[in-house]
Design a protein around this ligand. Sequence first.
Ligand code: PGA
Length: 252
Amino acid sequence: MKPLIIANWKMNPDSPGRASALAAKIERAARAHQKKVEIVIAPPFPFLPAVGGAIRIARLGAQDLFWEDKGAYTGEVSGHQLKHLRVAYAIIGHSERRMYFGETDEAVNKKIRSALAEGITPIVCVGERERDGNNIPEIVGKQVEAAFSRVAASVAPGVVVAYEPVWAISTTPGARPDTPESALGARVFIKKILSGLYGRRTADAARIIYGGSVNAENIQGFLREGMMQGALVGGASLRPAEFSSIVEQAGS
Ligand code: PGA
């Protein structure tokens, strides 16, 4: 399976012109490494059309979606609407949404099921907030189990799980990336939970990727030693030269 590298731009850049210029640079890297790496760009909602127009090989991702198709939900955007913009992936349950917008495990689950129903691949973010403590498996385990609640075994392999320890995300004060060894531990643990829910074969088909201060220096470690099947990249995805290097290394 090709590694999946996702550019999570968060609430950046500040104009559609800058968004399409940045996307065009990432598209070059996607084109050069298309046989070996799958690239997704997740811009803010209003820039989806501009970015969609600037890419052909890279795929379009949304940073969230709402589970109802349409109706009186001021400010929300549905998976059904995103589908018209050729959105193929959606980040769901990012720690910033959980922390700043009160997103619950239950809401995350509804969003995942709605994305799957629309044929959008959900990238489900899980991860503990504190670096230390014995409750990491409990927190992550609960998030994974809640995320997959009522998700049928036939569609479960279509879900991507992004393990993002919150303390390693670059905007968290004092952030430091995790080590490949403990990321591997998290990967093994998440696979175990998925195996318990669906059996080994289905668990092995679902992709697990890493996020949290991924950069051109540490990507190799997470992919090789951490055995992660890709990365969700925030800050470094806004620096095209660095992001291209991440893509190149993922394909090597
Ligand atoms: P970061 O963000 O790469 O800037 O740490 C990752 C994320 O929040 O998805």
